[in-house]
Design a protein around this ligand. Sequence first.
Ligand code: ADP
Ligand code: MG
Length: 602
Amino acid sequence: MTAIRRLPETIVNRIAAGEVVERPAAAVKELVENSIDAGASRIEVVVRDGGRSLIAVTDDGCGMGRDELAMAVERHATSKLPDDDLWHIATLGFRGEALPSIGAVSRLALTSRTGDDAHAWSLTIDAGRVGAVEPAAHPPGTRVEVRDLFYATPARLRFLKATATELGHITDAVHRLAMAHPTVAFQVSDGARTPVKLPAVAGDGAQARLERLAAVMGRAFSDNALPIDAEREGISVTGFAGLPTLNRTTTAQQFLFVNGRAVRDRLLYGAVRGAYQDVLAGGRHPLVALFLDIAPELVDVNVHPTKAEVRFRDAGLVRGLIVAALRHALAGAGHRAATSVADAAIAAVRTDGVASGRTMTYRFPAPRPRLSRGLAEQAAPFHAPLFGGSATPPASPEPASPDGHDPAAAYPLGAARAQVHGTYVIAQTADGIVIVDQHAAHERLVQERIKAALAAGGVPRQGLLIPEVVELEDAAADRIAGRADELAELGLLIERFGPGAVLVREVPALLVEVDAAGLVRDLADDMVEVGEALSLKDRLGDVSARMACHSSVRAGRRLNIAEMNALLRDMEATPLAGQCSHGRPTYVELRLADIERLFGRR
Ligand code: ADP
Ligand code: MG
């Protein structure tokens, strides 16, 4: 074993950089935070190659004098902890790690001038080698240039994603900071485009904040947002929450701030989910921007080098406050939580995923209801496979015969009788009734057909008469255009159409009256969650659910009896049609015996 020794400063800083600067966006975040801490009113970010070859952040903040500049690049040197008190952090920075870490893995140049100095000073660091402080020309404020980030740590360089992806992360990081600082003007450009251009908003009230949120999250949010304002035991939550009908497939549009710092916190996401659970289907997420203000001693921000996580002294209190504030706002908007009776009824027919998994050996698995204890005994009949786990449905539909023979008896899912609430198909079977959730069922059918088509060599496409232009945020357009080849295999032919838009040329032929714009937007959202590691085929369930969702048999469309019967026959012929891809049942069967029991006849 070799002797124990102290690591050289350069190595220590590179190790820290591994934590603090995960990717270019993290460097941008640290530098912009410094500008905000310096009291800047304008912050401009210029990047090249997704931040790989250049990140330049210019601000009009307080600047640094000659000696401060030299100190700034030393490890653990900071102007932000004047009382050495980690429990009263009022700034975004406090660790004194960002500049030395970035300087350890790049070519860093700092130029800065205070309001009092006659000229600026500059300093460079090249892979940890600090140069001399020299006079320079620059207006009051600071300019930080990072060139060739990670050139000193090639391993990290190899982990970087496509330029558009890195730029998307940078945009996201600046957006989050901008939401919490509406009076500061922000701009991000990469030479070709300017994905962030946010003028300063006048005033500091809720209206000013909403204006900035609208600029970042879109008009649809500000037009459909409810103001949030609640306080409990010295903790306050303010901000805006979207109406449930405005929802997305991921939490990407949920922005949570603690004392002006954007955080990604499970507790907070969980509280949002909890508040909306009665008014929003599982798998859909509301848009929110919530700002929590809490006495610094009640929250620890020193949890992680990137400062994106926090710990609350009383997590239950925070969660309760957020849930109550959101529920109050939603109730005020005229939305009512489901009554306890409705809850019980839903619980009585809800399948649980594990149990239904066990029935998958049946060609046509029956949903397994989860009943409250009092109803347990009535549950038994539900647990039997739908038709003894045996018979294949008749090969061709039989027309109703005048001799009184009921065609319903011939099919496991019976004969369609009616559609109610534009969502449920009611069918009569030989010994009961079946209620089909047409949306869930259709989703399942689309998935199975896409799977079959893929196995047979590709999903047939159908050209749109007039190709549809779909406008998106730039990053979303890049994301979806980047997977055009995969989407084409799945039947969706798109191409990039200038900045912030894609063109849809062909859609999967098996989708009827597809809403191409809605589909493309949702898919772009989904891709944040899929990430780049998984192929879309690996996530086929989600993709096809999305497609089904935007074609016409979704909930709300009127079906005639023939269409309903076709749906039932399709379900019978499709493997695993008893539940949708998220484990919810696609139909519920009530046998006459069960119905009679409900009415006390047995
Ligand atoms: P921290 O922000 O945690 O203090 P940094 O390494 O990011 O650590 O910055 C070190 C110090 O450099 C800061 O405390 C601040 O005094 C100074 N500094 C950095 N960036 C700027 C800037 N844009 N304007 C003025 N001072 C800055
Ligand atoms: Mg800092």
